[in-house]
Write a protein that binds this ligand. Structure first.
Ligand SMILES: *Cc1c(COP(=O)(O)O)cnc(C)c1O
Length: 364
């Protein structure tokens, strides 16, 4: 059996040391020492000014949308995990699907510009599989039309473009700290944002809207990250570079093995990008020895777990398929990619033999 992913598990003795700190403090949630420390460590690690932590990435995104006071339509991609689009729905916004670019798999700037109406308030793009969106073009469009630009960077922790941390682009960026993500707190999430005024709004929204005992200015929700999750995150942060180094070797072996196969392209970010090492996505297109689905079935038969992420497209989910923008002819590139992309097993504990075995199946 070759596992698809493996959560980063710090040593139990490191975790135990932090649990002992929590026990002696006697504080399990509501901004204790662990959360304060994690926040400042992440600020350094991600080189950002404003960061807020949440119980998961979906709630983080929802509260970010609410805190920005958005209304009307938000242009987004169908090639994402449903949480991206659900967050819009929960925030009372109308998703408008737009096609993606063939290489970055991010929102196609030309399609975005065509989809803008007087109701559009924001663009919500996704750095899917850790491939950076066309950030410069999207920023230019957002500026030209006075729209907010938001990124779902759940796959992009540590991603850098032209030497800049990925959260430098746009107004607000969400990270997920779910156990399947490279950096994780078992469950958790974060927002990084430019506008200083969002800090207090987000704090209120994630803590029942309570400013003080007498004053509750907004109907907030419970979106807090607790001390045990923060402690786990601090331990994971300590072993992150080691895992990144291992994953870089795994990525290089995949790249070498799959370089010369007809119709097969590894979806790796370009040379100006420091990768996030979150997923190993491969496009298995026309001319390949086996189709994407044949590869998937053969892998399953041999005990290799691969994933057909992001299929079905969010625009095909029953709840959203009635939207005019969900029409297939509006989303040709996304529909093609949905049928061709396969995410291969990817984690630091894969052996050379396992990587070679996976690649042999693709070779047919
Ligand atoms: C994991 C993920 C999310 C949701 O994050 P949670 O922390 O699990 O709520 C959102 N968007 C994308 C693209 C994801 O992969």
């Amino acid at each position: 059996m070759i596992r698809f992913a493996h959560p980063l598990l710090p040593s139990l003795s490191d975790f135990d040391r932090r649990l002992r700190q929590i026990w002696s403090e006697g504080r399990l949630s509501n901004r204790g020492q662990q959360l304060e420390e994690l926040e400042s460590r992440l600020q350094q690690h991600l080189r950002c000014e404003n960061i807020s932590l949440f119980c998961n990435g979906t709630v983080a995104l929802l509260l970010g949308l609410r805190a920005m006071g958005l209304q009307g339509e938000v242009i987004t991609t169908p090639l994402t995990f449903p949480a991206t689009v659900h967050a819009l729905e929960w925030a009372g916004l109308t998703p408008v699907f737009c096609d993606v670019e063939a290489d970055s798999l991010g929102l196609d700037p030309a399609c975005v510009e065509r989809a803008i109406t007087e109701k559009t308030s924001a663009i919500l793009a996704v750095h899917v599989f850790g491939l950076p969106c066309n950030v410069t073009a999207l920023e230019a469009i957002a500026r030209k039309h006075s729209l907010k630009l938001i990124f779902d960077a759940a796959h992009a922790f540590g991603l850098e473009v032209d030497g800049r941390p990925v959260a430098d682009f746009g107004d607000l960026t969400m990270f997920s700290f779910h156990a399947t993500k490279l950096f994780h707190t078992a469950e958790g999430g974060a927002l990084i944002y430019k506008d200083d005024d969002l800090k207090e709004k987000l704090h209120l929204l994630h803590n029942f809207g309570i400013r003080n005992e007498e004053y509750l200015p907004v109907p907030g929700i419970n979106g807090k990250l607790n001390e045990i999750q923060a402690a786990l995150g601090l331990c994971v942060l300590d072993i992150l570079d080691q895992e990144r180094t291992r994953r870089a070797l795994v990525a290089a072996r995949y790249a070498r093995n799959l370089a010369q196969i007809n119709g097969v392209t590894l979806l790796q970010p370009g040379p100006n990008v420091h990768p996030s090492y979150q997923y190993m996505a491969v496009r298995i297109g026309p001319g390949a020895p086996l189709s994407r689905d044949e590869v998937f079935e053969r892998m399953r038969g041999s005990g290799v777990i691969a994933r057909r992420y992001m299929s079905p497209l969010c625009s095909s989910i029953d709840f959203y398929s009635h939207l005019p923008s969900a029409a297939l002819e509006n989303l040709l590139e996304a529909s093609r990619s949905e049928k061709e992309i396969l995410c291969l097993p990817f984690h630091g504990s894969l052996t050379d033999e396992e990587i070679d075995f996976v690649c042999e199946i693709i070779r047919g």
